[in-house]
Ligand binder design. Structure first.
Ligand code: COI
Length: 354
């Protein structure tokens, strides 16, 4: 464990907390008083700093701005029933962050900086954790290359930061989803499994076109046939057909190994459902819908938690659902929330208490 003195800490003179209400907060708009920053140079990480949240000064030739060596994570902290901070499965995000780093030819971040830094920062910012239902403190660790040179090669220098944003629900209402056949998010051999900034930048055109057609997001399909499901917008996706929950598998490396995805699988199994991680085609989905056995569809993600999908459009065919009648996804969400907010026992050891 890193000692407090291993971090260089500068406290903000004044808190901004009295300027905002921690209720009904839009996602990602407000940031807490402090941030963590660490630089990688000459093959090693320098002393990490916790300092007042502030703009960065960057050279216009900064490598990340040109070639996109940039990765991030999304984690959430909650208040338990007694008001103490707890973070949901942060070690899983820490591990995934370093998997993303390796794929993007970036240095891994040591546990003493990522996890101990996170613990220190959350401890300092504990008053920023909202206590309301569907609210949390969103944690955004990220890293980017900082060489000041525009040659295409892995950078020698990097910056790692953690910023914190108190937040309300990401998708407030059930979603209408458009099955995407023109654009592709990820292909085998690519970096769909990495939480790399480019995966998100490259997705924006498809969501903008879906928005114009009146849809909230797209259902990403495989790159070769546009036939097999990958993800939904920025989320993993589950289909309940009969009594079986089906979600795309991780083997092809085209989807994110979601922490909420994994937690959902665990809870579904605990609730007695069979879970299959496998290829799922749009034909199988349509056939199940026509046969009346497609019961529920929902997305999972840290930001979005569990988001119900009330409509799915494939070519000219529209599948509609009465989400009021659903009970599986709402029960998964209820159980997961009960653990996160400390209302039910954390039998899986998912919580990291501060
Ligand atoms: C998350 O669920 O944390 C995400 O990364 C989604 C989005 C906010 C980028």
């Amino acid at each position: 464990m890193t000692a407090l003195e291993d971090f260089n800490i500068t406290k903000a003179e004044q808190s901004k907390l009295n300027e905002i209400s921690l209720e009904n907060i839009p996602f990602g708009k407000y940031f807490t008083d402090h941030m963590l920053e660490a630089d990688y140079e000459n093959g090693e990480w320098k002393t990490p700093r916790i300092l007042p949240y502030q703009p960065l000064q960057l050279d216009p030739s900064l490598a990340a701005l040109h070639y996109g060596q940039a990765i991030f994570e999304g984690i959430k902290a909650y208040k338990d029933a007694a008001g103490n901070p707890q973070i949901f499965r942060p070690y899983d995000n820490f591990r995934r962050f370093n998997i993303s780093a390796e794929r993007m030819q970036m240095p891994t971040v040591p546990e003493e900086i990522f996890m101990d830094g996170l613990r220190l920062l959350i401890d300092m910012e504990r008053n920023w954790i909202p206590a309301h239902e569907n609210h949390s403190l969103y944690i955004r660790p990220f890293m980017f290359s900082t060489d000041e040179a525009i040659g295409v090669r892995p950078s020698h220098k990097y910056k790692f930061l953690i910023i914190l944003s108190p937040t309300g629900p990401y998708y407030a209402t059930p979603m209408r989803i458009y099955v995407e056949e023109k654009y592709t998010r990820a292909v085998e051999g690519g970096y769909g499994f990495a939480k790399a900034a480019g995966n998100y930048g490259g997705s924006l055109l498809a969501s903008a076109e879906a928005n114009k057609k009146g849809y909230d997001q797209v259902l990403w399909m495989d790159a070769f046939e546009h036939k097999y499901v990958q993800e939904c917008g920025t989320m993993n996706v589950f289909f309940i057909i009969g009594k079986t929950a089906i979600t795309p598998g991780l083997e092809s490396g085209t989807i994110l190994d979601g922490v909420t995805r994994d937690s959902t699988i665990v809870l579904l199994k605990e609730m007695g459902y069979q879970v299959e991680e496998r290829d799922l085609s749009i034909d199988e989905i349509m056939n199940a819908y026509k046969a009346g056995s497609l019961n529920e569809i929902f997305g999972t993600g840290t930001a979005a938690t569990i988001s119900l999908i009330k409509e799915l459009k494939y070519k000219d065919y529209v599948m509609k659902f009465d989400v009021q009648k659903w009970n599986i996804a709402p029960e998964v969400k209820r159980r997961m929330d009960a653990i996160k907010y400390g209302l039910e026992q954390d039998t899986y050891g998912w919580l990291y208490k501060i």
